[in-house]
Design a protein around this ligand. Structure first.
Ligand code: ATP
Ligand code: MG
Length: 408
């Protein structure tokens, strides 16, 4: 893409109405725009990153055998009444339709997916079943001051699984857990994301959160450095030793909950009357699990971790472009190179704008594309480009042919 084509521009200063680093930096760089507290527009660059995060999530979640659907966001009051959550889910956005009926904007979808599954599950033959969606969720969060980390409107991958027994759920739960590890690994967060034990509700001792350690975190966790697991502060009174090895020397840290997995048991099958017939002809309740990930929160988390004072530093797999080509008054040659790279399937952002070299360099650092190459009269005199990786100080000269060959 040519940068002159982008309708968004970078900003010199951080927006004053935004206090979180992730949103400030993304707004300055033209990835998102703020509409209100916890409400953001994804601009072309931000959407490219989001699409890549979603691609990673879809690939890994599909590999567990889950099927994707898209449920509505506008949910009649009656479905929430079946579980008592019209009153008990405190962050629900509620509204009244022109027919005087009441609705809530979807904050989570157990109340929709369980009756949906009931239409297709009759016997053990239909089980197990795993359904997920990637959808906009709405929650009336009290404090929406952490940018993309706590939206009032945000993206969620929510997934629900249905099983004949607790054992079958346990087995699938481990599969999803493994898929989550792979997701965080591919997003560059593997090293600093901990499986965290949290309270589990009526059906299991624990639920599990995935917590990414950063000073920007709103959660407190206690990490066992031997086992690379953690405990959420909310359960530390009941459980003050590592649940894996019993170590009591835990390290406190701040972290962001980037996902969680939960054994629901029959919490929703009971009120929704979701049963199946066993091979012996008996009727039993379906056992459920649920698995959430926040893709927009992940994007914000990645920014909190991968940045420096000059701007963003995207991990390769989710960078909006792989190469940022800067042309310093040698547009024709630069355009030739741009076309060759695009033909080779490289995602290139081509800074063809008529602005100073200083501005191009500063914007390249702000946008944070992993590889920057510069074409100028000086480099062309040696049939070369100057290559610099974001985050490294030193640039190297490389012959144009050799550079293009790397992608072919
Ligand atoms: P938190 O404790 O941070 O409010 P939660 O326990 O309410 O999170 P879930 O209801 O389990 O979260 O939602 C599943 C996932 O959706 C979370 O792990 C998180 O990644 C993401 N998420 C939840 N709330 C938000 C939000 N307000 N903004 C962005 N992402 C969110
Ligand atoms: Mg919440």
């Amino acid at each position: 893409m040519k940068q002159s084509f982008l309708f968004t521009k970078t900003l010199k200063d951080a927006p004053k109405d935004e206090t979180s680093l992730n949103a400030q930096t993304l707004i300055r760089a033209g990835f998102i725009d703020k509409v209100g507290a916890g409400i953001y527009t994804f601009l072309p660059l931000g959407l490219r990153v989001m699409d890549k995060i979603l691609k990673v999530i879809r690939e890994e979640v599909n590999s567990t055998g889950a099927q994707e659907v898209l449920m509505p966001a506008l949910l009649p009051r009656e479905v929430w009444e079946t579980t008592g959550r019209w009153e008990n889910f405190d962050a629900l956005f509620k509204l009244t339709g022109s027919d005087s009926r009441e609705y809530a904007l979807g904050a989570t979808h157990e109340e929709i997916v369980t009756p949906l599954a009931k239409k297709y599950i009759f016997s053990y033959r239909e089980l197990p079943l795993s359904i997920y969606q990637i959808q906009t969720k709405f929650r009336n969060e009290k404090r929406a001051k952490a940018g993309l980390i706590r939206g009032r409107e945000f993206l969620m991958k929510d997934q629900y699984s249905f099983h004949v027994s607790q054992e079958d759920l346990d087995e699938y739960y481990e599969k999803v857990k493994a898929a989550y590890y792979r997701i965080y690994e591919r997003l560059g967060l593997g090293e600093i994301t901990y499986l965290t034990y949290a309270s589990g509700g009526a059906f299991s001792k624990y639920s599990h959160e995935f917590q990414t350690v950063t000073a920007a975190g709103e959660d407190h966790i206690y990490v066992c450095d031997h086992c690379k697991v953690a405990i959420n502060r909310e359960i530390i009174d009941e459980q003050n030793a590592c649940p894996v090895c019993g170590n009591t020397e835990l390290r406190e840290d701040k972290a962001i909950e980037v996902g969680n997995i939960f054994k629901l048991g029959t919490r929703f099958s009971t009120p929704c009357n979701l049963k199946f017939t066993t091979a012996e002809g008996n009727s039993e309740e379906v056992v459920m699990g649920c698995y959430g990930i926040g893709p927009s929160r992940l994007l914000g988390t990645i920014v909190e971790i991968f940045h420096d004072e000059k701007g963003l530093k995207w991990p390769k797999e989710i960078a909006p472009f792989q190469v940022h080509l800067l042309s310093l008054k040698s547009d024709e040659e630069a355009e030739k190179l741009y076309n060759r790279l695009v033909d080779a399937g490289v995602e290139v952002l081509f800074d063809d704008r008529d602005v100073s070299a200083g501005e191009k360099f500063a914007d390249a650092d702000l946008l944070g594309i992993p590889e920057r190459i510069v074409v100028s009269a000086k480099t062309l005199a040696e049939d070369s480009v100057e290559l610099k990786l974001r985050g490294q100080e030193a640039a190297e000269k490389i012959k144009i042919e050799a550079y293009v060959q790397r992608f072919i």
